[in-house]
Design a protein around this ligand. Structure first.
Ligand SMILES: NC(=O)c1ccc[n+]([C@@H]2O[C@H](COP(=O)([O-])OP(=O)(O)OC[C@H]3O[C@@H](n4cnc5c(N)ncnc54)[C@H](O)[C@@H]3O)[C@@H](O)[C@H]2O)c1
Ligand SMILES: O=P(O)(O)OC[C@H](O)CO
Length: 386
């Protein structure tokens, strides 16, 4: 389908490296992006530029918008369709004329073969419930969501929530991906995590890959997703260090210890998690970018500067204009898992972040947790964890 004179499907160039793509598949994989925040909008822009170029994707990209009324009384979805810009969550960036904003969730997903989930994680349970029985049986999903749920049965990563609730396969895409930088086409990398079917992973790579957005795939869906999820807790710790003006060495120490706890926690939950995953964009690179330039870091810095006297909810509302933090709730969710399993002392950084966020410890405790050193060293000696 041609959109306003853009490249048509028949004119579109065949992909250069499509060895693993089934060329006999319907050349009309229809893509819907579920979510339209800061990263959701950038993801739609990236995808929309590729669906115009690659003949096996349908040109139009549908983007579900959680409808809101703007200060001038206009509906966000209508403004996006009129201006081709998400004026609230990604102002100043054109999304591509083939992005169509749709405020009706069920309508937006109805015809999609490929579903890209990218909302703050706390809304996903409700979204999945609404989508049961509303999507194509053979749809494929990918989650760009950095977060997890904790249920009675234990921790549940978002790709599992999607798979179990909707009965579909779900890959993940994580990485060092501050959305505003990718929006203006500054180079970055990302990691697709998949289970089993490499052909499907390759199709996701094709959908996202761009000269300024280099995507690679690894067969470790849990490792990739837990990297993206847990780095937000480390980012909160890094923000505390910034707010306390402790300097670069301390921040680097927090990043290193955080990465180590990320790996230990992931491997305790899923023995299949690979060490090599932590060297991909989703691992060490995301830790670095998020601890330098992310929203979690920024709000945690303000929290520490106010000596813990302002709440994260207040700071989020004031500093992020509707965008959502994931690190504070993830720290709580991780803490629940640690407490339930008797692992609190094995993860002093993760535990301390939650205790600071919930007001039980002052921000300065982020470095004082070294009092736990004997127990920590004991763990350090254990090959099972570290
Ligand atoms: N922004 C980034 O730089 C970035 C980069 C990589 C990954 N991520 C991850 O992507 C996910 C989505 O983040 P984002 O930056 O696109 O979102 P965001 O924080 O910019 O925006 C919040 C979104 O939530 C929506 N929303 C508000 N209330 C809602 C409700 N009740 N139900 C459903 N939606 C509601 C808003 O409409 C808006 O689209 C998160 O897991 C985040 O960690 C973000
Ligand atoms: O702004 P944050 O802290 O949500 O982090 C954004 C991205 O996840 C960085 O990769």
């Amino acid at each position: 389908m041609a959109i306003d004179g853009e490249t048509t499907q028949t004119q579109a160039a065949a992909p250069e490296n499509n060895n693993n793509i089934n060329e006999n598949a319907p050349n009309n994989y229809k893509v819907t992006v579920v979510g339209s925040g800061n990263w959701g909008s950038v993801a739609a822009k990236l995808i929309a530029s590729n669906t115009l170029k690659l003949y096996f994707f349908h040109d139009e990209v549908r983007m579900w918008v959680f409808e809101e009324t703007l200060a001038n009384g206009a509906k966000l979805s209508e403004v996006i369709n009129q201006t081709n810009e998400n004026v609230k969550y990604l102002p100043g960036v054109k999304l591509g004329k083939n992005v169509v904003a749709d405020p009706d969730l069920e309508h937006a997903v109805r015809d999609a073969n490929m579903l890209v989930f990218v909302t703050p994680h706390q809304f996903m349970e409700g979204i999945c419930k609404r989508l049961i029985g509303k999507i194509k049986n053979d749809a494929e999903a990918i989650s760009l969501i950095k977060g997890m749920e904790v249920k009675m049965e234990g921790p549940c990563v978002i790709s599992t929530l999607i798979s179990e609730q909707l009965g579909i396969n779900c890959c993940v895409l994580m990485g060092a991906n501050i959305a505003n930088e990718i929006a203006v086409e500054k180079f970055s990398e990302a990691t697709v995590g998949y289970r089993g079917n490499k052909e499907i992973a390759d199709r996701w790579v094709q959908l996202f890959n761009h000269p300024y957005f280099m995507v690679s795939a690894v067969q470790d869906v849990e490792g990739v997703e837990l990297c993206g999820t847990l780095k937000n807790v480390v980012a909160i710790a890094a923000g505390f260090v910034d707010g306390l003006e402790m300097g670069n060495n301390t921040k680097a120490a927090i990043m290193r210890i955080g990465l180590r706890e990320m790996r230990a926690f992931s491997k305790l939950l899923f023995s299949s998690v690979e060490d090599s995953t932590f060297f991909e964009s989703c691992g060490v690179a995301d830790i670095i970018t998020t601890c330098l330039g992310g929203r979690n870091r920024k709000c945690a810095e303000a929290f520490a500067r106010h000596g813990g006297k302002r709440t994260f909810d207040e700071l989020e509302a004031e500093m992020l204009q509707g965008q959502k933090l994931q690190g504070v709730s993830t720290a709580k969710e991780v803490y629940e898992v640690l407490r339930h399993r008797g692992w609190l002392e094995l993860f002093p950084l993760f535990s301390t972040v939650h205790e600071i966020c919930s007001g039980h410890l002052p921000p300065s405790a982020i470095v004082e947790y070294s009092e736990h050193t004997p127990k920590f060293s004991l763990v350090q000696g254990s090959a099972q964890f570290y």
